[in-house]
Design a binder for this molecule. Structure first.
Ligand SMILES: *Cc1c(COP(=O)(O)O)cnc(C)c1O
Ligand code: SF4
Length: 327
């Protein structure tokens, strides 16, 4: 049995040196592909447990590709911007984004346990924009003042990188607001740092007065292992509904086999597929892009192969739309 560690020390143990990561994986021969500039702009960060799920000596490992800063990121690509999803405009109060009917999205924090190279958040100033910084006061007031909000979504960054007592502070403030009917948490931590799903977190979740859903974020079946299964089972035990959103990524999951495996592996762990996103077009991610025509073809093939409930909705976020747009 591995030694049980608390999640914050597991997080502190993360690897943040790309050369060290490659030597761990016996992949020194691809060190020339690392971009130091990219690593300075958005540092490598990857928990040890996630590294264990990468295959040794496999330069094209789908998990490694998601975290390694490489030269392609520095190539300027036309049509790729800095605020691809219009978040700067939809800001309702510090750390609160209201784009869609009935839902308020709270940027709980700017930090994440893992740094995903394809993520648009590498440019958004979420570090200053977090809703937790004033004991959630503005965020709670915004929700209270808007009776049309019936679902509160915690996002980030990764909301579970906020300590549990601080999360409880938020939900204590929300408890007295009668129009809230659901709480949703968007987090990659059950997958990348399953240690985070500890007794205190489960106790907090079980104490909440609303139905709670988690939208986890796994892009490949290899991201699941026993530790992830155990964390997800514990969440379900606390009454949480589990959904997955993935991003369609070239070189990671852009084939029918990988996508089908992802749905099936997730379902085996109690997770239903929710969204398959076309990535947000920010600078530095063009090498991950899958053209829409190919995305639609893959999605159609998936549909012809799997049970209907194992097929995620293929969507893209378009600034100004009333919801995620189906492709
Ligand atoms: C994606 C998103 C939501 C949630 O949309 P769903 O389609 O309900 O999952 C809510 N608010 C913002 C700002 C979003 O970007
Ligand atoms: S917000 Fe999500 S996708 Fe982006 S870096 Fe953090 S964990 Fe990765």
């Amino acid at each position: 049995m591995p030694l049980r560690t608390d999640w914050q020390s597991a997080w502190r143990d993360s690897i943040n040196d790309p050369y060290k990561l490659l030597s761990r994986l016996r992949l020194e021969e691809i060190a020339a592909r690392i971009s130091k500039t990219a690593a300075e702009q958005f540092p490598l960060r990857v928990p040890q447990g996630y590294v264990k799920r990468m295959r040794r000596g496999e330069a094209h490992d789908p998990l490694l590709r998601q975290v390694l800063p490489i030269d392609e990121e520095m190539r300027l690509a036309p049509g790729f911007s800095l605020d691809a999803v219009g978040d700067t405009q939809a800001r309702a109060a510090a750390g609160v984004i209201r784009k869609y009917h009935g839902r308020a999205l709270l940027i709980a924090t700017g930090s994440c346990a893992i740094h995903c190279r394809y993520c648009f958040r590498r440019y958004f100033p979420y570090a200053d924009e977090n809703a937790a910084r004033d004991h959630w006061r503005d965020a709670i007031e915004t929700v209270r003042a808007n009776p049309g909000i019936d679902e509160v979504i915690l996002s980030g960054g990764d909301p579970l990188s906020v300590i549990t007592s601080k999360l409880a502070e938020l939900t204590d403030g929300l408890r007295r607001i009668g129009h809230i009917r659901r709480l949703r948490i968007h987090s990659r931590l059950p997958v990348v740092l399953p240690e985070r799903i500890d007794a205190a977190l489960l106790q907090w979740l079980a104490s909440l007065p609303w139905p709670v859903s988690f939208v986890i974020h796994a892009n490949h079946a290899n991201e699941f292992d026993d530790s992830v299964d155990a964390a997800l089972a514990a969440l379900r035990g606390a009454g949480v509904t589990l959904l997955n959103q993935a991003v369609l990524l070239r070189g990671v999951n852009d084939n029918v086999h990988a996508l089908a495996e992802l749905s099936e592996r997730g379902f085996a762990a109690g997770v239903l597929p929710y969204y398959l996103h076309q990535l947000d077009r920010v600078q530095g991610v063009a090498h991950f892009e899958v053209p829409d025509e190919r995305a639609k073809l893959l999605h159609a093939e998936l549909h012809s192969r799997l049970s209907g409930y194992l097929v995620p909705r293929l969507v893209r976020e378009i600034p100004g739309d009333a919801g995620k747009r189906a492709l």
